[in-house]
Design a protein around this ligand. Structure first.
Ligand SMILES: [Zn+2]
Length: 259
């Protein structure tokens, strides 16, 4: 796993991190760039900023795919830039940040990682301030980038980042609506609605799809994950957690959510 950038289309880059196998994105235009997600704390954000600066000197805007800490607790390091996010992302971050922090700090301390726990304790809560309800079209130095809320899924506020590339192709940053290398995370999920949301994502994917975690995938992978989520929903509705496509622990979390 590289800590460098992978260019998935001209001027569209993905950085896959050892920490949590998290992906961040970078879209480079003419005199401007856009950073997708900001990592877990100011230390990781500073590392991401150095990586961005190794690619481009242009001023950035930022977008958060959703309010989970690993995607947005680094926000403050990118100020005073504009930070885009869904309206629900901003309110969810304000509402849940301290609970998220407490849970992560406890996990890190249990693992004996005092240094990371300290960085997590110090991470400012800095929610997005350019808020999207359904769709927003950004001009990133002459490149069109569309931010879309496609419906509830991994959370009630996931934002998808669609970047025009050459011809009819796109790169889609899917946040945690799509997960590669591990089962999707259901802690804040909407299992009954997630398949339809992924159906919409599948319909607009015309090229690389960047999951929130794991390797870059494509529309076919999104279609496959939609089928798995339909199987989860079917198992939940039949009360047969053993019949789902994922392990028992994952299925139990999914069963704790509204269906
Ligand atoms: Zn998440």
């Amino acid at each position: 796993m590289s800590v460098g950038w992978q260019e998935v289309a001209s001027g569209v880059l993905v950085r896959r991190h050892r920490e949590l196998d998290l992906n961040c994105g970078l879209v480079v235009g003419d005199g401007a760039c856009l950073v997708v997600d900001t990592r877990s704390h100011l230390g990781e954000a500073a590392d991401l900023i150095a990586a961005v600066r190794s690619v481009t000197p242009h001023p950035w805007a930022v977008v958060n795919t959703h309010a989970h800490y690993d995607h947005c607790f680094g926000n403050a390091a990118f100020r005073p830039a504009t930070i885009w996010g869904s309206r629900g992302c901003a309110s969810a971050l304000v509402a849940t940040a301290e609970d998220q922090r407490a849970a992560v700090v406890a996990e890190l301390l249990a693992d004996g990682d005092e240094a990371s726990a300290e960085l997590m304790r110090a991470a400012p809560v800095d929610p997005p301030d350019a808020l999207v309800d359904d769709v927003a079209v950004l001009d990133v130095g002459g490149r069109e980038v569309v931010l879309r809320f496609l419906g509830r899924g991994h959370t009630d506020h996931d934002l998808v980042v669609e970047v025009e590339t050459t011809g009819d192709a796109t790169v889609v940053f899917a946040g945690d609506l799509v997960e590669q290398g591990a089962p999707p995370a259901f802690e804040d999920a909407w299992p009954a609605e997630w398949p339809a949301t992924l159906g919409r994502l599948h319909a607009l994917a015309r090229g690389p799809v960047v999951p929130g975690h794991g390797a870059v995938v494509d529309a076919a992978f999104v279609g496959g994950q939609r089928e798995e989520l339909l199987a989860v929903l079917d198992a939940l509705r039949r009360g047969r957690l053993d019949a789902g496509p994922y392990g028992e622990a994952v299925m139990r979390v999914a069963a704790s959510r509204p269906i």
